[in-house]
Design a protein around this ligand. Sequence first.
Ligand code: HEM
Length: 382
Amino acid sequence: PYPFFAELRRQPGLAQVDPLGFWAVSRYADVLHVLKNPQLFSSTGHRAPAEPEWLGRSSPFADSMVMVDPPQHTRLRSLVNRAFGPTALGRMEPRIRAYAQQAARELPLGRPVDFVESFALRVPAAVIGELLGLDPSLHSRFKRWADDINNTSSTPPDAHEWRAQIRSTYAEMEQYLKEVIAERRRSPREDMVSDLLASRVEGEALTDAELMGFLFLLLIAGLETTVHLLGHSALVLAERPEVFARLRADRSLIPRFVEEVLRYEPVAQTILRLTTAETELSGVRLPAGSHVMLLLGSACHDEAQFPNSDRFDLDRQGQQTMPFGYGIHFCLGAPLARLEARLALEALLDRCGGLVRDAAPVQWHASIVVRGPTVLPLTVLP
Ligand code: HEM
């Protein structure tokens, strides 16, 4: 998509995306302006597709924090913030490292594998499973849950069977989560669900529906994104043996590598907003109620912010990027995603001497919301 984005950035004003009627925002400075002004650019405009009638229920994350504005957003975010703070992450780090080391140990060497299935998926699935408080035997089901829920809004109108499957996925996941919530209420543990049940802002707790919505949101926001981050990382390493060699020689470069992968291949490609009043952006007058699509993939390649923006540069430093958004909705899981990526890459570098692309083609996630390899054929060298 990057040459197309570069063309958009060269055109003055904003492009309008047909037939959706979205205004596409391609330049870094414009994207930043929108994210800095949540009172003008609301997060509450694009709920409808998440709640198709046939689902027979409202989507549990329709009222979750990513879809609401202040003051509702402020309250929800304060109630869950601590669960993602340094103390909670410190508590999780040894276990994430253990998951990463186990996944690396079990990674077959010297023959082609699908890197997504055999490595990239495993660490994030274990982490999200643990956050949701689910039994480890359920971890393999997550991929289907996450896929089905992500597909809710793109179901073809006549696909009865598919809809039935998605409905049953919602029911299945809700059932498991209900059991977890009830169990933690009876006997709290040292985990996120117990923390969230105990969390209070001005004496007020999360309602069960809010907690459930948040847990659904974590599955959507936290699993596939991190899997794609690891997939992009492996692809960059396979295509640039010199970068692999530098990381192997100096592990302290890993965080910088992760930041550049996030900029070079931003997993979250679009953010949607709705204008609450008439405003102007890039010289274009937007009436109230305009749908705005922020192209993060384009903003992260804007040469006005990143010189030689289409080059992967491990020595790039000091420019502010925005693969996790900006402002009040800045990704709650960003520190966790960075931690997972660092620990997974450390385990991978300990285990293997190189990554080689296979002749079989990489398959990409077909979506305008997230970008990443869904099948990544690689040979992991001993
Ligand atoms: C929000 C990207 C991983 C949980 C966001 C937003 C972006 C983003 C761009 C802002 C959305 C907006 O402004 O409308 C990413 C990327 C990830 C990642 C690129 C990995 C590479 C995670 C993880 C979790 C998570 C691991 C949790 C386990 C959330 C939540 C929000 C969010 C809860 C909503 C925050 C709010 O509305 O205040 N993410 N994310 N994300 N993300 Fe992430």
